[in-house]
Ligand binder design. Structure first.
Ligand SMILES: [Zn+2]
Ligand SMILES: [Zn+2]
Length: 182
């Protein structure tokens, strides 16, 4: 039995390439390149950002993959009422990038544009977790306070800044919009 069969002849690709090092064996080079590429693509998949979170009791959970389309703070009066806080931190994703598990209880109100604004709560613990019609709308909004790791939230914009109370302070690095960017 050769050392190779025992798996003791050194680490991975080098074993294949002893011949390549000596002779410039093209087949070995190509095999190495393939190995390298497959490892790189695995690493890329593993390092894709995931945003995971849910409600206070744990019954309503979500997972979003990739980077958000937009991220910011909303200072509108409806978000203030719905959350009981000075603003709601949000991240927008294509709904295809978001997986939701557990029941949601939706509340609909008219948005500034006159369309339905849908806010989703956990029916058990009443946490405010998601925006948008789950399973219907093209985009879903995740409220960043519900993230398991809230430090991963990187807001860039502040919307509906007009009419906010003085104590609802806007971080200086956020780009401000009296209503929305569009
Ligand atoms: Zn809950
Ligand atoms: Zn709002």
């Amino acid at each position: 039995m050769s050392a190779d069969n025992l798996g003791s002849s050194g680490s991975g690709p080098r074993r294949y390439c002893r011949a390549a090092a000596k002779s410039g064996h093209a087949q070995c080079d190509r095999a190495l390149l393939r190995l390298h590429r497959s490892r790189m693509s695995m690493m890329t998949k593993e390092s894709a950002q995931r945003y995971v979170g849910g409600c206070l009791c744990g019954a309503l959970r979500y997972e979003a993959t990739g980077e958000p389309l937009y991220a910011g703070h909303c200072y509108c009066a409806d978000c203030r009422k719905a959350s009981g806080a000075g603003f709601v931190p949000f991240m927008g994703f294509a709904s295809s990038a978001v997986r939701v598990s557990g029941q949601t209880r939706a509340f609909r109100s008219k948005s500034a544009k006159g369309t339905d604004a849908v806010r989703n709560f956990c029916p058990t613990c009443s946490s405010l977790v998601l925006g948008g019609e789950v399973g219907k709308d093209a985009e879903i909004t995740i409220y960043a306070g519900s993230l398991d790791d809230p430090s991963s939230f990187r807001p860039t914009i502040a919307i509906f800044t007009r009419g906010r109370p003085a104590w609802a302070v806007i971080p200086p690095q956020l780009k401000m919009f009296e209503t929305t960017p569009s």
